[in-house]
Design a protein around this ligand. Structure first.
Ligand code: SF4
Ligand code: FES
Length: 373
């Protein structure tokens, strides 16, 4: 067996709990219970193992990671392991005391989500009054001189506000704004028809981004993630399966991508049972779609197969029921026409806010999750 190159990034999903109810949420439909979450010392062990494996950077994410009372200890353990830490938060719950204790723990940077530039529309999309808390959080972060990224998931209900969203990022003194068109996983997949933008919205927003990139060059870094439903070119999802990063979910399940829990038969390993090195190098789940040998036609003989890796396995499964098929986002896929049809409906149903649905507790995981807490 060839040993894969080490990962450089770890997405640490500390909890699935979240005060917001965004209709585009890509977390799994069944959320992990709080009682099943990994404990503080288990996360410290994950970070130590990750650093030994070669990981440089971890996103402390969720759900809403501020709901973890031990977030400071978790952050400190990641920093002590030598990892660069970024808090990924809605800002809801980020008080002056909390940011000070996180800075004290060594936190390196913050990524703040916002749903719209208009406070009322932002609260509507988030399913809760939260815009004012985000504004306050942005101020606190910049007052502590931490790098600030603003993240916006774009869709039919906010794409027309891209210019205002960029202006908001400038106003909040963000260093970076990530304008990421919705990926349809989890609750976002259920709301796909309500979220799907029109081609005209995308074209106009793309023009705004080009113009603003030139105008703000050197001031604000603008990332624009084009939706592959419209481009005919699949995204190189995760930079390739098991190629550069891994995800550990709140109960310790290790995944090659955040959405992979939805893939039937994957049988993902858990950090309570196996070392991170075994998980990365040897587990069947991380090797399932590594490299190009697993690829079907037309990917198998396509010259782009080492650039986009056949697209996204979770999207192929969501759209065709078979994770081994070519991603239908590819114009060469035999399933592409069905995907294009999804982008052409002119009536959008109402956006349904996320409802929390928790997984039934597994006795094994509950016991193993408690061991380290
Ligand atoms: Fe990528 Fe496969 Fe499409 Fe080629 S056929 S562009 S490898 S998804
Ligand atoms: Fe799982 Fe793309 S989101 S492979």
């Amino acid at each position: 067996m060839t040993v894969p190159a080490p990962p450089w990034a770890l997405l640490s999903e500390l909890t699935h709990a979240c005060p917001l109810r965004c209709g585009y949420c890509s977390n799994p439909l069944e959320l992990t219970r709080r009682s099943q979450e990994l404990g503080t010392s288990q996360w410290a062990d994950v970070f130590r193992q990750a650093a030994e494996l070669g990981v440089l950077h971890t996103h402390l994410s969720g759900g809403e990671p501020l709901l973890r009372r031990d977030l400071e200890e978790i952050t400190r353990s990641a920093v002590d392991a030598g990892l660069y830490t970024q808090l990924v938060t809605s800002g809801d719950g980020l008080s002056a005391e909390r940011i000070d204790s996180l800075v004290d723990a060594g936190l390196h940077s913050v990524q703040l989500s916002v749903q719209h530039a208009d406070p009322g529309r932002s609260d509507e999309i988030a399913g809760r009054r939260s815009f004012d808390a985000k504004l306050a959080a942005a101020r606190l972060v910049k007052e502590r001189c931490l790098p600030l990224g603003v993240n916006v998931v774009l869709h039919r209900h906010n794409l027309d506000a891209v210019a205002d969203l960029i202006a908001l990022a400038v106003d909040w003194r963000a260093d970076r704004v990530e304008l990421a068109n919705t990926q349809f996983y989890g609750w976002g997949l259920l709301n796909r028809a309500a979220l799907m933008p029109s081609r005209e919205q995308l074209r106009a927003a793309g023009e705004v981004v080009e113009r603003e990139r030139k105008r703000l060059d050197g001031t604000l870094d603008i990332t624009w993630v084009v939706p592959d439903y419209f481009s005919g070119t699949p995204k190189p999802c995760m930079g390739g399966w098991g190629a550069v990063s891994l995800t550990v979910t709140p109960d310790g399940t290790a995944l090659p991508c955040p959405a992979a829990a939805s893939l039937p038969g994957l049988d993902p390993p858990n950090v309570a049972d196996r070392s991170l090195r075994w998980i990365w190098e040897e587990s069947p789940a991380f090797n399932a779609y590594r490299g190009t040998d697993w690829m079907p036609s037309p990917c198998r003989s396509c010259e782009r197969r080492t650039e986009d890796f056949g697209g996204c396995r979770c999207q192929a499964h969501a759209l065709t029921g078979d994770a081994t098929r070519t991603d239908p986002a590819c114009s060469l896929s035999p399933d592409h026409a069905a995907l294009v049809a999804l982008t052409e409906a002119d009536v959008a149903p109402r956006l349904v806010p996320r409802r929390p649905t928790v997984k039934r507790a597994s006795p094994h995981r509950t016991a193993s999750a408690r061991r380290g807490s």
